[in-house]
Design a protein around this ligand. Structure first.
Ligand SMILES: Nc1ncnc2c1ncn2[C@@H]1O[C@H](COP(=O)(O)OP(=O)(O)OP(=O)(O)O)[C@@H](O)[C@H]1O
Length: 304
């Protein structure tokens, strides 16, 4: 179990993590989502005991991290964004080294074999220096699991992975969670965690702006969002409406994709008519989860 209680980290008077309260139950895969600079890495560094909170606390299985750093390190596995390995050693030798650091005895042989099979590297005998990014990432997960942790924390685990690498990573994480390990995954890309996480929280400017299961997140606040596609014969001006939460223009402003809290097609048609812009098409669709998340990020922007 991973828990944060009113967790804060302030750098030079500016909060990087601001009053974060969250709980990830055993065996759950939780996605910590947020744009760059939202405070994900700072949260993870506090959870792993690598930096201390300015105030508040975080816990792994009811042990406070800041006051029990050694015990907590034995209970968790951590995979940073860029995992370090000895390039001239094989996967097995690298894991052997990590296992020894945890003071594991002869039982480490069996654990290493089990983990290499889990991540599909059991037949690879070359040195890690010659590994692809996907292979390094899989070995990173094995390294994070070497000490039989009750919780693993992965910082941007799919960064720079190709689709096969992402699929492999998802399969492994599901297996790890099925075995009862609590997993916290950080990412700024929703689609990369939505397929593997059972629940998620969204950080914006250090604050948790929403959290829950995917279904809850899609409906929090009760305000379903609507996506509107516009195509015009001449370029569009900036479009403004209190109901508008996001706008993306394309093809020299001949096309736009808008996210709004209500259907504002009539209002948009009036605005464009007044601007002398002829409409080719104006359509609305139900939003996908990406749009809902984009609106949370935008909401977080207004919180500074
Ligand atoms: N050591 C530090 N000193 C000063 N400011 C810091 C430090 N570490 C992080 N910050 C600031 O805290 C904020 C949160 O950063 P953090 O790295 O936690 O965000 P993030 O969500 O992990 O972003 P990214 O996805 O880009 O890694 C940022 O504004 C960052 O500049």
């Amino acid at each position: 179990m991973i828990r944060c209680e009113h967790l804060c980290k302030v750098y030079n008077g500016v909060p990087a993590v601001d009053d974060l309260c969250l709980e990830v139950p055993e065996g759950e895969v939780f996605g910590l989502l947020g744009p760059n600079g939202a405070g994900k890495s700072t949260t993870i560094l506090m959870l792993t005991g690598l930096i201390e909170p300015t105030s508040g606390a975080c816990y792994i299985d009811d042990l406070e991290v800041a006051t029990h750093p050694i015990e907590v390190k034995k209970k968790i596995g951590y995979m940073p964004e860029d995992v370090g390995f000895y390039p001239t050693l094989t996967a097995e030798e690298n894991l052997e080294y990590s296992a020894k650091l945890y003071g594991m005895g002869k039982e480490r042989k069996e654990r290493i074999k089990e983990l290499l099979e889990l991540v599909g590297l059991e037949k690879v005998t070359k040195e890690v220096g010659g590994f692809s990014k996907g292979m390094r990432q899989r070995l990173g997960i094995a390294k994070a699991l070497i000490n039989h942790p009750t919780a693993i924390i992965l910082d941007e685990p799919t960064a720079n992975l190709d689709p096969q690498g992402v699929a492999d990573y998802r399969r492994i994480i599901r297996q790890v969670a099925d075995q009862g390990t609590t997993v916290l995954v950080s990412s700024h890309i929703l689609s990369e965690v939505s397929k593997v996480c059972t629940s998620a929280g969204i950080l914006a400017h250090g604050k948790l702006v929403a959290h829950g299961t995917w279904d809850e997140l899609a409906h929090i606040g009760g305000d379903e969002k609507i996506v509107i596609h516009i195509e015009t014969r001449t370029p569009m001006p900036d479009l403004q409406s209190p109901a508008l939460v996001a706008a993306e223009f394309a093809e020299n402003r001949h096309r736009a994709r808008l996210v709004a809290t209500v259907d504002i097609r009539d209002e948009l048609a009036d605005t464009l008519a007044r601007a002398g812009v002829a409409i080719r098409s104006l359509e609305a669709e139900h939003p996908d989860i990406e749009d809902v998340f984009l609106s949370y990020y935008e909401a977080g922007e207004g919180m500074t």
